[in-house]
Design a protein around this ligand. Structure first.
Ligand code: NZQ
Ligand code: ZN
Length: 392
């Protein structure tokens, strides 16, 4: 087991009554003037936003609102938020929504105390300060409510990048699974895919002695798989919505990374797809993963066999590990299809991509050929190109 440093400081307040605790949590976190940040309309339509404003008014907590965050959130909205927070003297940012809203909130939080261009952080500058952020989660998917990551797209040139720093870990995350009943099936399925991929991108590791971490990951993957089928049939199934929501946080708060080095190659390849084509992140992951898996499988057979047997329920054919491993990948593809996810870029976009588009994605993913991605298997620019071609 690799040495590790596990840090998950976010207070999670989970359940049907969790929203009522917002004023207390804000006061404890020192929130006096709050930016309420939200997306394109779902929080308005559900009445959640009005409820939040009502609770803040009743508690005497000043607030300003900023909506309009789009999926794959944009730097232009972040800059609008930074400007608003400075003008209004905001000292706390509350994200009401999913990963896109939370990431936009985190980026604003970095930008308010910083005098330069906030994008500097996505170009490698270390951050030293940030406003505190809290989340009221409405879609289990990105795991941003407990992660140290913040993924933003620079409008100009469609450059999508992540910036990781513990400064932006949410002070609290309020999670009421009932709020996820209104999710369209596609978003439910894409969210489940993202949750599973956060776990799998850690599980597929070159570290083999991971008994406990593996068992947590495998249970999480089986649970999300089973619960996703149930909530797609019965959107108001509290029990299964709750399993998925909690799994979403555990999948990306580094719990399933303890003792190993995460891979995240599929994520890095996908970010170029959602940057270039504006697709839903989870669906993009489903389109890329089978190609990545088949590209690297032969060098890491025992991991793929373990996944096939322990997660996908494939009988272990001891005489033919490669066949067992391949069946695990096939079953994952069947699962993706069964929940309405694509397993190729063509299915994702509805059309083929060109070689020029592949070249652009490889160039951005490798930052002009200067970096590789992945850890279990290092993926260099030529490998990226091969995987995009296999995935198309
Ligand atoms: O904008 P609204 O109207 O709120 O609609 C959203 C959006 O269209 C809708 N939605 C959310 N809650 C809903 C709802 N619709 C009905 N009922 C509800 N209760 O769902 C759509 C997707 O929302 P979004 O926030 O974009 O989803 P997600 O949580 O998947 O976030 C995706 C973003 O997070 C990044 C992704 O790359 C992408 O930019 N990620 C962030 C990570 C992190 N910070 O740790 C890690 C991830 O790997 C990921 O990269
Ligand atoms: Zn993800």
């Amino acid at each position: 087991m690799k040495d590790f440093n596990f840090y998950a400081p976010t207070r999670v307040v989970f359940g049907k009554q969790s929203e009522e605790q917002l004023p207390r949590l804000l006061k404890e976190a020192g929130g006096k003037k709050v930016l309420v940040h939200y997306g394109g309309g779902s929080a308005k339509r559900s009445g959640l936003l009005d409820k939040v404003y009502g609770m803040l008014d009743d508690a005497g907590i000043e607030h300003v609102g900023l909506g309009g965050v789009v999926p794959n959130p944009l730097l232009s909205k972040v800059n609008e938020g930074i400007d608003l927070c400075r003008r209004k003297g905001v000292n706390f940012i509350l994200a009401v929504g999913g990963g896109s809203v939370i990431d936009s909130a985190k980026a604003i939080a970095y930008g308010v105390p910083y005098e330069g261009d906030v994008w500097d952080f996505w170009n490698g500058k270390p951050a030293t300060a940030a406003l505190p952020v809290g989340a009221m989660l409405t879609i289990p998917a990105a795991g941003s409510e407990m992660s140290n990551s913040c993924v933003i797209t620079k409008d100009e040139g469609a450059v999508k990048r992540g910036f990781n720093n513990d400064l932006c870990r949410c002070k609290f995350a309020i999670m009421n699974p009932e709020r996820t009943y209104t999710l369209p099936p596609y978003q439910t399925a894409a969210g489940a895919t993202d949750i599973m991929m956060h776990t799998m991108e850690r599980y597929f590791s070159k570290h083999e002695d991971m008994t406990l971490t593996d068992a947590i990951a495998e249970a999480l993957l089986r649970t999300v798989k089973e619960s996703t089928f149930e909530v797609l049939k019965h959107p108001e199934d509290y029990r299964n919505r709750a399993q998925i929501m909690w799994a979403g946080s555990l999948s990306h708060n580094d719990l399933t990374e303890c003792g190993l080095e995460k891979d995240f190659a599929t994520h890095r390849l996908e970010h170029e797809l959602s940057a270039l084509f504006g697709v839903t992140h989870g669906a993009g992951l489903a389109a890329v993963w089978p190609a990545w898996a088949r590209y690297v499988m032969k060098k890491h057979i025992s991991r793929f066999v373990q996944f096939a047997v322990n997660v996908m329920g494939v009988p272990n054919d001891f005489s033919n590990p490669e066949a067992t491993a391949e069946k695990g990948i096939c079953r994952m593809e069947h699962f993706f299809h069964a929940i309405g996810m694509p397993t190729s870029i063509k299915e994702l976009l509805g059309h083929d991509i060109t070689e020029a588009q592949i070249d652009e994605m490889v160039d951005k993913c490798s930052r002009g050929g200067t970096i590789t991605v992945g850890a279990m298997e290092v993926i260099a620019p030529d490998d990226m190109r091969a995987i995009y071609r296999m995935a198309r």
